[in-house]
Structure formats: structure tokens, C-alpha cells
Design a protein around this ligand. Structure first.
Ligand SMILES: [Zn+2]
Ligand SMILES: [Zn+2]
Length: 382
């Protein structure tokens, strides 16, 4: 695994980032399964409602708001207590005792309520006008009551939201081998680890805690019911293995996502938190996250500066090489030219020498021939 930077590589913080990445990858592995099952649940609900009420198959309704199908008062949604209910606040948001005019939405409410493990769907998260067309609107009924009102799809939902759907919607038991009714089941354990990491005031995980976290996530993704043979879950499992063994290349975007998710949770907690001391520790944590986010940004700019430096150096080197090459070629050309000139000169010198020598030899020969001739003439006279 790439070490993020000298500052980011402090061991316990590094453990925390690894554990949070494990949460992120586990969520990615569960997401398609949850999407598929929620979609199936919505279609089965609609089919059942149509069949039981003598409606034509495919009948839909998008007229009823959530307030219209939730009785007043309903625990954890609206407690009238003294005077007016702020949830069922006006004529448009009043509970409709006659039920959905299309006979769909109040029946949908009952189905969601019946399948919720603790009979307390988070209706505040959701908009009933979308139930017939948007499965995620139904999924949100099984998520915690705070922090999910604005998430529109699985990608925008965090691990806590995704795994809560599996735990709280009893239909999932049909595809999960683990007994989800057991308080300490492996999915509950994974959710608890996610909570511990999210709320860690120091953004640290001890060495001794890290491996057991990975074991829990691996078990979740290996559940014998459906996930053990699901490609997405198995890909996530392999990623977890590589992450734990430090052979996974971690992108800065993944680390940034982890920090941004925790920053969001921390901000939400600060808003909700009433206890001064807890609030104070969340504010300190927010500061720490900001510092880590700045570390990442500084790592970005350093990497960029590093690349620029490398590019400049490369350019410089190329220029130097080009200049040196040009110079060498010129030198060679000059040397060659000189050599040719020298050779010419030498050739001319040799030719000249040969000429001179020939001339001398010729002269010498002529002289010798003359002498012999003279000697001969002299002999004749004698
Ligand atoms: Zn009410
Ligand atoms: Zn309706």
C-alpha cells in the first residue's frame, strides 16, 4: 500500500484509514445485493396490494404524501403532546383516515411496518409519493431516523444506512444465512465497528483491533445465504484481503472519501449533540479531520510540484542532450573536414615530393647518361 505522506503515515491513524477503507469496500460489496432486494420488495408489495384489492396489475399512486398515510400520533414521528402536531401541520399534511384513494399507499405503509424488525420504520426519511416508483425511498424506511432524508440513491448512502436495511428489513433473512434476529450477529458487529470508527475521537485504531475488524467484514461478505456466491461481494472480499496485506494501491480519492464521510457525520453530531463535553470533543475531532484533509491537499500540490520539477528537469536534460549532440556532430564534421583537408594536403605533399624526386632522379639519370656518353667519346678519341 502506498504510504500517504510522512504526516499521514502515523501508525494508528494509518490503521484507522485502513479500517475506514475496509468499511467503504464492504459497503461497495453489499450495495448491489441491497439494491436488488429492495427493488424486489417494492415490486412484490405492489403485486400483493393489487391482488388483494382487486386492482389492475401495475396500478400506481403518487398522490399521497407520507404525512397522509401516517396516523397521528405515531411514536418517534409525531408526539402531539401539548396542542398541535408539527408533522401533520396543515390540511395538506393531515392524516387521511379513509386511506389512499387508489388503495395503494396506506397498504404500502402497513407492508413496510410489518416487515420492519422493530416495527419502527423511519418514515421521516422518506417521501411516500415516490414509493411506487423509487425503491430507495422504501429502503430509507429501514435506515436510522437521522441523516438519511437527503440521500437519493445507494451511492449516496453510507455503510451504516446500507447495513441497517439488511438488519431491519426482515425480508433479507430469506437471503442471509446468519440469524439476523440474534442481537450479536455478524452484521450487527460490522455495523458496530462502523459506528466505533465514525465516532473515534482521535481518528486512531490500535494494531490489536485492526485484524478482528477485517475478520468481521470478511465474514459478512462470505455469508452463505447469497453473498458467498455474489461477484460484487467476492470482489470486495479480495480487496479487503489486499488492503490488509498492504498490496492494494490506495487512491487519494478513497482516503478523501473516508475523511469527507466522517467530516459529514461529525458535523451532524455537533448539530445534534447537546452535552457540552461531547460537543467539545466532536469539535476537536472536526479540527483533526480538517488537518488531515489539508495534508491530503498539500500532498496533491507536492505531487504536482514534483511532477513539474521532473518535467522541467527532463526538458533541461533533453535540451542539454540536444546541444551536446549538435556540438558533437559539428565537432565530428569539423574534424572530418580537417582530416580531409589534411589528407588532401598530404596527398599534394606526397605528389609534390614524388614529382621533385622524379625530377631529381631524371636529372641524375640524364647526368649519368651524359657522363657515360662523354667517357665513350673520349675513349674513341684515345
Ligand atoms: Zn401527528
Ligand atoms: Zn396513494
Amino acid at each position: 500500500m502506498a504510504s500517504y505522506s510522512p504526516k499521514l503515515s502515523e501508525r494508528k491513524y494509518n490503521n484507522w484509514v485502513k479500517a475506514q477503507l475496509a468499511v467503504l469496500f464492504t459497503k461497495d460489496g453489499l450495495e448491489p445485493f441491497v439494491c436488488h432486494e429492495v427493488q424486489k420488495f417494492r415490486l412484490e408489495c405492489l403485486d400483493g396490494i393489487c391482488y388483494n384489492n382487486g386492482l389492475i396489475s401495475g396500478t400506481l399512486c403518487s398522490n399521497c404524501g407520507t404525512e397522509n398515510v401516517i396516523k397521528c400520533p405515531t411514536n418517534r414521528i409525531c408526539n402531539v403532546g401539548r396542542g398541535k402536531c408539527s408533522y401533520h401541520r396543515n390540511a395538506a399534511t393531515r392524516y387521511n383516515p379513509a386511506g389512499c384513494p387508489n388503495k395503494i399507499c396506506h397498504n404500502f405503509t402497513t407492508k413496510i411496518q410489518n416487515v420492519h424488525r422493530y416495527y419502527g420504520p423511519s418514515f421521516k426519511n422518506t417521501d411516500a409519493t415516490q414509493w411506487c416508483s423509487n425503491s430507495w425511498g422504501i429502503a430509507k424506511c429501514f435506515m436510522p431516523p437521522d441523516g438519511y432524508k437527503d440521500v437519493a440513491c445507494a451511492e449516496e448512502t453510507d455503510f451504516n444506512g446500507i447495513i441497517s436495511v439488511i438488519i431491519n428489513n426482515k425480508n433479507f433473512q430469506l437471503k442471509v444465512h446468519e440469524n439476523l434476529g440474534n442481537k450479536n450477529n455478524i452484521f450487527e458487529q460490522a455495523r458496530e465497528i462502523g459506528r466505533i470508527l465514525r465516532h473515534s475521537p482521535t481518528l486512531e485504531v490500535e494494531d490489536i483491533d485492526l485484524h478482528p475488524y477485517f475478520i468481521v467484514f470478511q465474514h459478512v461478505l462470505s455469508d452463505a445465504g447469497y453473498l458467498a456466491t455474489d461477484t460484487h461481494a467476492q470482489d470486495a472480499k479480495q480487496k479487503l484481503l489486499d488492503l490488509e496485506n498492504d498490496i492494494l494501491i490506495i487512491g487519494k480519492d478513497d482516503v478523501r472519501k473516508v475523511l469527507d464521510d466522517v467530516a459529514k457525520t461529525t458535523r451532524d453530531t455537533i448539530i445534534v449533540e447537546k452535552d457540552d463535553q461531547k460537543r467539545q470533543s466532536e469539535i476537536i475531532k472536526e479540527e483533526m479531520i480538517k488537518r488531515k484533509q489539508e495534508d491530503l491537499r498539500s500532498l496533491d500540490s507536492k505531487t504536482h510540484a514534483g511532477l513539474q520539477l521532473i518535467e522541467t528537469k527532463t526538458d533541461d536534460s533533453l535540451k542539454t542532450i540536444e546541444t551536446e549532440t549538435d556540438k558533437s556532430i559539428k565537432d565530428i564534421e569539423k574534424a572530418t573536414e580537417n582530416s580531409v583537408q589534411i589528407m588532401h594536403q598530404k596527398k599534394e605533399d606526397i605528389e609534390e615530393k614524388v614529382k621533385t624526386q622524379s625530377k631529381i632522379i631524371t636529372e641524375e639519370c640524364k647526368k649519368a647518361v651524359g657522363t657515360i656518353k662523354d667517357e665513350g667519346d673520349k675513349g674513341k678519341i684515345d
